[in-house]
Design a protein. Structure first.
Lengths: 343, 614
């Protein structure tokens, strides 16, 4: 036991359930499961105080594989169900495991309102830009032109950016990571656990069956450094195989520059500030996409704001202090009453 | 000498901004304090402020108060207070011939008449000659009475409802003091508002004293009421308090995740007041999030509820299925209103019975109970919570717009006398319990599973919407397991019949006609059957509050009558259910007008059945 708050010294295997994991061989979900199981011993919570809640989709099988309390619920509703869990017991560490279809299509309303309320929840958004469990239809994050079973001539829909949506919904924490980078993933999960408020971690995850290779440019060692930018709080925005590129602000728009050209030095580059109160910087990072820009990964935004479950308890305590602990007998007899005497 | 009457029905009617609901509430509060039994029925339009002076904007409040038991707000008003021409036009047909009309003649101008759809002024015409008419300049006399009070003219005009209240207080010898006390209590920080309303009330009262042609006043004796301490309660308040009482008895926090919807919103609003009772209210982003947050709270160990009306119940149906298969306690309150779709949001109906029983995918049984009158909402909400916690399954409580908004005296119970509320929480400190813990192991008598919640060390387990393996709760697609689990869930609900009271009968236990009713129609059917039995007719009443499962003796009762007549505010849903379950050839009296039954409608229908038997 760690002396401080009686948290036992857990290892990864304490969080492995007795259920056989049943994702397709090669599925990106295996890596996410391993990352979460690695992080759980580090979040300072007792195992019995951790709850995993999911909706429907491949990713939503997740709770069965975690040896914690868990609920595998209905399509799109995990955020709403988790909100109830958290309100009922704010001491719990509650994790919503969800996908791009689950949270950004059928569960979109719960997703944005959970972010707005800023309950202290962690949402892991598995984004593979496809409906996998129903075998290959386009999702709200599928790219324009995506050929799927319901878009045989190419998708004509505009995709959501999970980052823009989350930041637009006043989310206080948003991070993006890729399933192939275990270390980066774990760092994001840990930061999410430490954040007070709703923390979203979008994991770009490959569906080997229905959308294989959709993130190839961000995962292949040969290409990724030119296509990704790793953003870190307080650090200049640099990317490229040899750290030769950077981002500067041109008016109110970001621009890619080559360090050393036109007199540009590292000092001219934009410095990431994930703690900025206003969401402008995080939002324009969320709008940066290939091919014009590298795709940002890391923590876009991590700010403090009123947390719903804390406010709830605070208000209950305040009212109780003012009015005293309520009793039904007293309430029933309060106000205008009258007595009929026995004759 | 003042004529004595057993009971009187009075209806206040005016624009929806005229304060008729408040006027009616005050009249009923005073009457209750003076020892009368009362029943009330507010009737308001779904628009908050429909165009003033039009029929669409008419809002009403009806009260029956009496010297004996009052079961309904009454069939026909004896007195109609009409604050404008539209109120007269909308209500005249309902008033008893020979009844009294109090008319605010200030609101019968040409423009008022036109808006109400009158070609000419009805006052002093043939149309009103079957009624006693009291012409009162309610608006102008209120302004006159308040000329020295230092408030804006608009605020003065708003006091006219208390002038009208004063008129009725004189007619029925009501004490002015309870209303004055109420004003002083509620507007303690606004002495001018108190002064203005008291003056208006007194002015109305004095106007009647000084009428040149005195009208009759009536004396209503005190009712013989069961001794005890009483308060007023409406159905929605009763539901909220019943849930709170169950939570207190169960020593569990109450969680209510809901989305505002007429006519159920009051329950969420009422619960939101009681943070110091440990009540958590969560105004969700939609109906689905309402029930889903409650399911989450239930998983985490709260007594959880979600409150809604028919369209909301439809949206919640998938999540109810989740609670059924996860076998978690949850109380779903449906305050029924006219349907389908948006239907008649502010009007009453009983047309969600089939939806409550079967409106879900799969074999998805839920316990269904219904409250019979405003104060019974307290007891049935308590009962719904008790059954849900004991049997680890969702309970749907059906009330309706009529009893939700209707107000009546409520004999205050003592918490010590309320039934015990057991739950299935495991003892987390008991090692034996941990050793034998399986999420879907069952109690032998109820088949309810144990309730282990986050925070209980060693009890970590997973539940979900996929079929569960019996005992372990692991995901299981085995065909025989699915059949076994489906039957277990069904049996668990059927076994509830062993834990509810036997069905009571009002009247002889056999006879010609068995009147069957359920839910909020009790006042009307009870009164009708009582009246017919007094007249020597062989009629009894079976009023159902437990609908799924039904009490075990319902089938026996039905067999002992020649005719079964099911009276309900829909097109025959309970009738079909009884015919399906008991093959009893039940007939129906079905009304679907957004309005409650009149007693006379029921007695007429029973008389027709009696004639058929001869």
């Amino acid at each position: 036991m760690s002396a401080e708050n009686n948290i036992p010294e857990y290892s990864k295997k304490d969080f492995v359930s007795d259920q056989e994991v049943r994702w397709c061989p090669g599925c990106g979900d295996y890596a996410i499961l391993a990352a979460i199981q690695n992080v759980m011993p580090q979040i300072g919570k007792k195992k019995e105080d951790i709850v995993f809640v999911s909706g429907i989709g491949c990713s939503s099988r997740f709770p069965y594989y975690m040896n914690t309390f868990g609920m595998h619920t209905i399509h799109g509703r995990a955020a709403a169900i988790s909100s109830g869990v958290k309100c009922a017991n704010p001491d719990l560490s509650v994790w919503v495991m969800t996908g791009d279809g689950d949270s950004l299509a059928i569960g979109g309303n719960h997703y944005i309102h959970t972010l707005r309320r800023n309950l202290d929840l962690n949402i892991v958004l598995f984004n593979n830009e496809i409906y996998g469990l129903t075998k290959g239809q386009y999702s709200p994050t599928s790219q324009p032109g995506a050929m799927t079973k319901t878009s045989p001539y190419g998708s004509i829909e505009r995709p959501f950016s999970a980052a823009s949506l989350s930041i637009g919904a006043q989310g206080t924490f948003f991070a993006r990571t890729v399933y192939t980078d275990l270390k980066h993933m774990q760092a994001c999960f840990k930061a999410a656990a430490e954040h007070k408020g709703t923390a979203v971690v979008e994991v770009l995850q490959n569906c080997v069956i229905f959308n294989d290779g959709c993130f190839q440019q961000f995962v292949s060692p040969a290409e990724r450094e030119d296509n990704l930018i790793r953003i870190e709080h307080g650090k200049p925005m640099i990317f490229g195989k040899n750290n030769e590129f950077g981002i500067v602000l041109d008016g109110i728009r970001p621009k890619v520059v080559k360090i050393g050209e036109d007199g540009i030095t590292e000092k001219d580059l934009l410095v990431h500030d994930s703690k900025a109160k206003e969401s402008t910087l995080a939002f324009f990072l969320s709008q940066m996409t290939r091919p014009e820009f590298p795709l940002p990964i890391g923590i876009f935004r991590d700010v403090d704001s009123a947390v719903y479950d804390e406010e709830l308890i605070k208000q209950m305590n305040q009212v109780t202090e003012q009015k005293g602990v309520g009793s039904m007998d007293a309430l029933l007899s309060s106000g205008d009453t009258w007595t009929i005497e026995a004759e | 000498m003042e004529p004595k009457m057993d009971s009187v029905v009075i209806r206040f009617s005016g624009d929806s901004g005229d304060g008729m609901q408040l006027t009616g509430t005050q009249f009923s509060a005073t009457s209750a304090v003076m020892g009368n039994d009362i029943a009330t029925f507010p009737d308001y339009p779904s628009e908050i402020r429909a165009p003033s002076g039009t029929i669409a904007g008419v809002s009403g409040f009806q009260i029956q108060f009496g010297a004996s038991e009052v079961d309904t707000p009454g069939d026909e008003p004896d007195v109609l207070v009409a604050m404008n021409a539209a109120a007269l036009k909308a209500n005249l047909a309902a008033v008893r011939k020979g009844g009294t009309l109090v008319l605010n003649v200030d609101a019968f101008s040409e423009k008022d008449l036109e808006k109400a759809g009158y070609d000419k002024c009805p006052i002093a015409t043939q149309e009103l000659n079957q009624y006693k008419v009291i012409e009162a300049s309610i608006t102008s006399q209120t302004m006159e009475a308040l000329k020295d009070v230092d408030i804006p003219p608009k605020s003065k005009a708003r006091c006219k409802n208390f002038y009208a209240l004063g008129i009725t207080y004189f007619m029925f010898g009501r004490d002015l003091e309870p209303t004055k006390k109420w004003l002083r209590m509620n507007f303690a920080k606004k002495p001018l508002v108190v002064e203005a309303n008291v003056k208006a009330l007194e002015a109305g009262f004095h106007f009647m004293e000084t009428l040149e042609n005195p009208v009759s006043t009536y004396k209503i004796a005190k009712a013989k009421i069961k001794p005890g301490t009483y308060r007023q309660i409406n159905g929605n308040q009763g539901t909220a308090w019943g849930l709170m009482a169950a939570a207190e008895k169960a020593k569990l926090p109450l969680f209510c995740g809901s989305y505002p919807i007429t006519p159920a919103t009051d329950i969420l609003q009422e619960l939101a007041k009681f943070k110091h009772f440990g009540v958590k209210t969560y105004q969700a982003e939609d109906e689905i999030a309402g029930i889903c947050s409650s399911i989450g709270a239930s998983f985490a160990g709260n007594l959880a509820t979600t409150t809604t009306s028919g369209p909301g119940l439809a949206l919640k149906s998938e999540a109810i299925g989740l609670a059924v298969i996860m076998e978690l306690p949850l109380v779903i309150v449906n305050v029924q209103r006219g349907g389908p779709s948006t239907g008649l949001p502010t009007k009453t109906e009983q047309s969600d019975l089939m939806q409550a029983l079967w409106g879900r995918n799969g074999e998805c049984p839920a316990i269904v109970v219904a409250a019979s009158r405003p104060n019974d909402c307290f007891y049935m909400a308590y009962e719904a919570a008790r059954l849900s916690l004991k049997h680890m399954t969702p309970v749907i409580l059906l009330t309706d717009g009529y009893i939700a908004n209707g107000m009546e005296p409520f004999r205050i119970p003592k918490m010590a006398d309320m039934a015990a509320v057991e739950n299935r929480l495991v003892d987390a400190d008991n090692e034996d319990e941990l050793k034998k813990f399986m999420p879907y192991a069952r109690d032998s008598e109820t088949l309810a599973r144990p309730w282990a919640i986050p925070g209980m060390k060693g009890f970590e387990h997973r539940v979900g919407g996929l079929e569960k393996k019996n005992l372990t709760g692991a995901v299981c697609h085995d065909p025989f397991n699915h059949q076994e689990m489906s039957i277990l869930r069904e049996s668990k609900v059927e076994k509830v019949a062993n834990f509810i009271p036997e069905q009571k009968l009002e009247g002889e236990d056999s006879g010609d006609v068995l009147v069957v009713s359920w839910g909020g129609t009790y006042g009307s059917t009870h009164k009708a059957v009582k009246r017919m039995r007094k007249a020597g007719k062989k009629v009894s009443l079976m009023h159902l509050k437990y609908i799924n499962p039904m009490p075990r003796n319902v089938g026996d009762i039905i067999k002992r009558f020649k005719t079964v007549l099911v009276c309900e505010l829909n097109l025959g849903q309970m009738k079909n259910l009884l015919n399906m379950r008991y093959q009893c050839g039940a007939k129906g009296l079905n009304k679907i007008q957004g309005l409650p039954f009149k007693v006379a409608e029921i007695t007429a229908a029973v008389d027709r059945e009696l004639e058929n038997l001869n």
